[in-house]
Write a protein that binds this ligand. Structure first.
Ligand SMILES: O=C(O)CCC(=O)C(=O)O
Length: 283
């Protein structure tokens, strides 16, 4: 199947007009289960390369027991396989018109009672130039408002990069957010395991806390650059073609890791430690 055959004209139009598209059942329920088991087993092993805050099984903050993992594809074969999966490659090619470059994996565990991530734009951090970045956000659990599903601002792909302001760190584990005009619709992405949400790097998105008493909201996330990109922030090097080979890109001066971990009282904490090659942070 060629990239253009995997995406219908209506789907492409939705992505271009709204800035996002959910492809339902892109991965099977069994595959989602396999990823859940895999990443729970990895987290249970303790600290991993790219962990920014370490694992603290005794903490009262659920996110310290289950911190997100970043750039797992650099040391974990299953993560690399997922990042370069031919279904994702075909969908991104169909949506953006060219094969993308892959730069990042992340797994969010978001256990019960965990904080969410305040509204932001991924391109603020990745700084893909020219073009933009695109996310593939795969639900590993059923995601709804109770367990802190992802929320997006439709149409915001046409907005500029917004200046950030301080976020409410009782609700968000990152300390910056982007202010949006009063009354702007923010739409909840209700998803089932194996559904994949694609969204443009300019799209304002985030998530609220997980209010559920007992449900995780795990998601596997890939970040890509549109195929015309020639630069990306240093943190995201090396960029990969979808066949796994390295593509040499220049370094964008601005950008950095996606958010800074903060304590619930807003005190900047440990997530800066261990960040490889973080330069030109704009936070
Ligand atoms: O999954 C979430 O709650 C936030 C993820 C996110 O913002 C991202 O992938 O850029």
């Amino acid at each position: 199947m060629t990239p253009t055959e995997s995406i219908s004209p209506q789907q492409k139009q939705h992505f271009e007009q709204q800035g996002y598209l959910i492809l339902r059942g892109m991965f099977s329920a069994d595959e989602a289960q396999q990823y859940r088991d895999h990443y729970m087993a990895l987290r249970a092993q303790g600290a991993k390369p790219g962990d920014l805050s370490g694992v603290d099984a005794t903490s009262r903050d659920p996110l310290k027991k289950f911190p997100r993992m970043i750039h797992m594809h650099r040391w974990d074969a299953l993560s690399l396989e997922w990042l370069l999966d031919r279904r994702i490659a075909a969908a991104l090619g169909g949506l953006t018109g060219a094969e993308p470059f892959a730069v990042q994996t992340m797994i969010y565990y978001k256990p019960p009672k965990a904080r969410g991530q305040a509204l932001h734009q991924d391109q603020f951090y990745l700084r893909a130039q020219p073009g933009t970045c695109v996310a593939a956000w795969m639900a590993l659990d059923a995601c709804d408002e109770a367990n802190g599903c992802l929320r997006v601002v439709p149409g915001s792909q046409d907005w500029p990069l917004l200046c950030t302001v301080k976020a409410d760190t009782t609700q968000s584990f990152t300390d910056v957010t982007v202010p949006i005009p009063d009354g702007t619709p923010v739409v909840s992405m209700l998803m089932q395991p194996g559904d994949v949400l694609f969204f443009n790097g300019q799209v304002v998105h985030g998530s609220g806390p997980n209010h559920s008493p007992d449900r995780f909201r795990r998601s596997l996330i890939g970040h890509y650059l549109t195929g015309d990109a020639r630069q990306v922030a240093k943190y995201y090097h090396p960029a990969l073609r979808m066949d796994g080979s390295v593509v040499e890109l220049d370094t964008s001066e601005a950008g950095g890791a996606c958010g800074v971990w903060v304590e619930q009282d807003g005190t900047p904490a440990i997530e800066l430690a261990g960040v490889e090659g973080i330069t030109g942070r704009t936070e």
